[in-house]
Design a protein around this ligand. Structure first.
Ligand SMILES: [Zn+2]
Length: 586
C-alpha cells in the first residue's frame, strides 16, 4: 500500500503535519451506518471451520449501481474439506442484505444461517468428510461501506471523473475483502482462483484483475465485463469502474516470456502524461526482473488503473492515483512502490500482518535500489538517507504475536510507518552484511521458494519473519539470529559506543537483544579497514590527528545522535506551533 508515512519520509515536517491532520479527520461514513468492528479488521484468526476447508474458487457477479452508490452481488464460493466439517464460515459485511443462501444448489433456510457480526455461519445440509467438495452461493446487495479515507481506511470510493461520468474504485487492505464480497479474510486463505463478472452502465469500462474473458452487452444499457485471476491475495480483487481509455504494449522479458502491459487511464488525461507514465512500465519490469526475478504474473499481465485514491497493490491491476506528479526521484514513486508489491505482497505474502514488513520494507527497499539502477549511487544514497530520517523506533517492526493489519498500522503498540523505511534500511544492512550474492539468493528463495525461479516453475509463497531468518541462515551457512533479534524484534536501534583513548578507538555495540557481532568499516586517513566486532567489541588504531570516519558508506543501520536531535527539534517545533494556534484561537 502507498502510505501517508512514505510521504513524510521524503518531504519535510510540513507534509508530516498535513498527514497527521488528515488522519485526525478520519471518521465513520456520514450516513451513520457502519460495519462491525469485526468486519473492519483484517487478518484475524480463522475459525476451526475455516481452517477445515481449502478455498478453491470464487465466482463473483457484481452489478455496480453508481447512482445509488450500491451493488448487487451473487458469490459462488467453492471449497474442499481438508478435515470433517459441519458448517461453513465466511465473512461478509453486515451492511449488505443477504437475500438467498444455497449449498450445492439447495436453499438454506434463514434459521440455518446467521451473520450477526459479519462472520457468517452456514449449517451444511450434511457434514463433509475430508476431500469432499461443496459450493456455497450467496446473493447479497445494498450500499456497501464508503471508504472514509481510501486507501488507509477502506471501502468503496464513489467519485466523478473530470468528464462527468462515475469513477468508482475499492480499496480494502486494512479492512478486508468482506467489505465487497463474501470471503475468508485471512492471509492464509487465498482463493485458488477468482472469476469476476462486473455489470455497469455501458458507457463505462471495468478493468479487472488477471485475464480478460470478454464482455457482454446486456441490451438494457448495461455491459458485463468478465475477468479471471489465479491465486489472488486476499485484498487484491477489486472493483474499478470509470470512463477509461486503455494503452497496451508488450514487454519481452529477460526470462524469454512476453508480458502484456495494460494501463487504463481517464479519457480526460493529457496524452503526454499517459505516455510518460506508460514508458516507465517496461523500465520497472526490467529492474525488478534483474534484481529480484521473473514478474510473478507474466502469464496474466502487468496492469495499472487510474484511481481516485492514491494507490494500492491490487494484483495484476495496481491502483494508481498519483496524478502524474513529478518529483526529485526521477521516476514515479507511487507506481514503482505499488508495482514492487507484485513481488512483495502478491507473490510473497506475509503469514500474518505482524510480518508485514516483508511487504512494505522489502518493497520500499526497491525504491533506493531502483534510483541507483536508474541514476547511480548518489540517488540510491539520497533515498536511503531520506528513509533514515523518518524512523520512529516506537515499537518492534515484528512483535512475534499475531496482529491485524490495523494493529500494525494504527495501534499505539504497532510499528506504523517503520514497516516501510526501517524495513528498507534493515534490508539494506542485511545486504551489506551478507553480500550481494547471498542476499539476492535468499531473497529469491523467500519470494519464489527456490533460488532459480523461471516463468512457470513457482507458485505464490506465504512466509513469516522467522522463516526468512532460516533462509538467510541456510544460504550463508551462518547463524543470523542476532541480526533478526536486534533489528526486527526490538524497537530501539543498536547503539554504537565509541571511546578514543590515546591512539586507540574502542567500538562497542549495545542492544537489548544481547551480543551484536555486526562488523564495521572504519576509515582512518582515507584507508578503510573492517573491524570484526566479535562479541560486539573492537578496536582501531587511530594516530593523533587522524581523520576517522566510522561506517563511511552508512552500511549499518544504528542509532545516530544527529537524527535523534532532528526528531526532538521537530517535535518541539510542532508543540510550539500547536501552542501558538491554541493561543490564537482564544
Ligand atoms: Zn506499500
Amino acid at each position: 500500500m502507498a502510505t501517508n508515512f512514505t510521504r513524510t519520509v521524503m518531504m519535510v515536517s510540513a507534509l508530516a503535519l498535513m498527514a497527521t491532520g488528515v488522519a485526525a479527520q478520519d471518521r465513520a461514513p456520514s450516513d451513520g451506518r457502519e460495519s462491525t468492528a469485526f468486519t473492519l479488521e483484517t487478518d484475524q484468526p480463522r475459525t476451526p471451520e475455516q481452517e477445515a476447508v481449502r478455498f478453491d474458487k470464487a465466482d463473483l457477479s457484481i452489478s455496480v449501481l453508481p447512482d445509488e452508490q450500491a451493488i448487487r452481488g451473487v458469490a459462488v464460493l467453492d471449497f474442499t474439506a481438508t478435515a470433517p466439517v459441519e458448517r461453513l464460515v465466511v465473512e461478509l459485511d453486515t451492511l449488505f442484505e443477504v437475500s438467498d443462501v444455497q449449498v450445492d444448489g439447495q436453499t438454506i433456510a434463514p434459521t440455518n444461517w446467521s451473520n450477526p457480526e459479519g462472520r457468517m455461519t452456514i449449517d451444511l445440509p450434511r457434514p463433509l468428510t475430508a476431500g469432499e467438495r461443496t459450493s456455497l452461493r450467496i446473493a447479497y446487495g445494498g450500499q456497501p461501506r464508503t471508504a472514509p479515507r481510501a486507501p488507509w481506511n477502506g471501502g468503496f470510493v464513489w467519485s466523478t471523473a473530470p468528464s462527468g461520468e462515475p469513477w468508482v474504485a475499492t480499496a480494502m487492505q486494512l479492512n478486508g475483502c468482506d467489505l465487497v464480497y463474501p470471503c475468508i479474510d485471512n492471509s492464509n486463505a487465498e482463493a485458488g482462483r477468482i472469476d469476476l463478472h462486473v455489470t455497469v452502465p455501458s458507457n463505462l469500462s471495468v478493468p479487472g484483475n488477471g485475464v480478460f474473458q470478454g464482455k457482454t452487452d446486456n441490451g438494457d444499457g448495461t455491459t458485463t465485463w468478465n475477468w479471471s485471476i489465479q491465486n489472488p491475495n486476499i485484498y487484491a480483487v477489486n472493483i474499478n469502474v470509470g470512463p477509461f481509455e486503455e494503452v497496451t504494449g508488450e514487454y519481452r522479458s529477460r526470462f524469454g516470456n512476453v508480458i502484456p502491459m495494460h494501463y487504463w487511464h481517464l479519457k480526460s488525461d493529457k496524452p503526454e502524461d499517459v505516455q510518460r507514465l506508460f514508458a516507465e512500465f517496461p523500465q520497472m519490469l526490467d529492474f525488478f526482473e534483474a534484481y529480484v526475478g521473473p514478474y510473478p504474473f507474466g502469464g496474466e499481465k502487468m496492469g495499472v488503473v487510474e484511481t481516485p485514491h492514491l494507490g494500492m497493490e491490487h494484483q495484476t491491476l495496481n491502483a494508481y492515483g498519483n496524478g502524474y506528479a513529478v518529483d526529485e526521484r526521477g521516476y514515479d514513486w507511487l507506481l514503482q512502490h505499488e508495482f514492487a508489491h507484485e513481488w512483495f505482497a502478491n507473490q510473497l505474502t506475509n503469514r500474518n500482518a505482524d510480518d508485514m514488513w516483508l511487504h512494505e520494507g522489502l518493497g520500499s527497499y526497491m525504491q533506493p535500489l531502483y534510483a541507483g539502477w536508474l541514476r547511480g549511487g548518489r540517488y540510491l544514497h539520497r533515498e536511503l538517507a531520506n528513509q533514515r530520517d523518518g524512523l520512529t523506533n516506537r515499537a518492534p517492526v515484528v512483535s512475534r504475536t499475531p496482529k491485524t493489519v490495523n494493529g500494525v498500522y494504527n495501534a499505539a503498540d504497532g510499528p506504523g510507518g517503520d514497516i516501510y523505511s526501517k524495513g528498507s534500511l534493515i534490508a539494506h544492512t542485511l545486504r551489506m552484511t551478507m553480500g550481494d550474492e547471498d542476499f539476492f539468493e535468499a531473497l529469491r528463495i523467500l519470494v519464489y521458494g527456490r533460488p532459480d525461479p523461471a516463468p512457470g516453475n513457482f507458485t505464490p509463497q506465504i512466509r513469516s519473519t522467522p522463516e526468512y531468518n532460516q533462509i538467510v541462515n541456510q544460504v550463508t551457512g551462518e547463524n543470523y539470529d542476532w541480526f533478526f533479534d536486534a533489528y526486527l524484534y526490538e524497537a530501539s536501534l543498536p547503539v554504537l559506543n565509541q571511546t578514543r583513548d590515546g591512539d586507540r578507538l574502542t567500538l562497542e555495540w549495545s542492544t537489548p537483544a544481547g551480543v551484536f557481532p555486526m562488523p564495521l568499516e572504519v576509515e582512518v586517513n582515507g584507508r578503510v579497514r573492517v573491524v570484526e566486532m566479535r562479541d560486539g567489541r573492537g578496536f582501531v588504531d587511530t594516530p593523533a590527528g587522524a581523520i576517522v570516519i566510522v561506517d563511511p558508506e552508512n552500511k549499518v543501520l544504528r542509532q545516530l545522535d544527529a537524527v535523534d536531535r532532528l526528531h526532538a527539534w521537530r517535535r518541539a517545533q510542532r508543540e510550539q506551533e500547536a501552542a501558538a494556534d491554541a493561543n490564537h484561537d482564544h
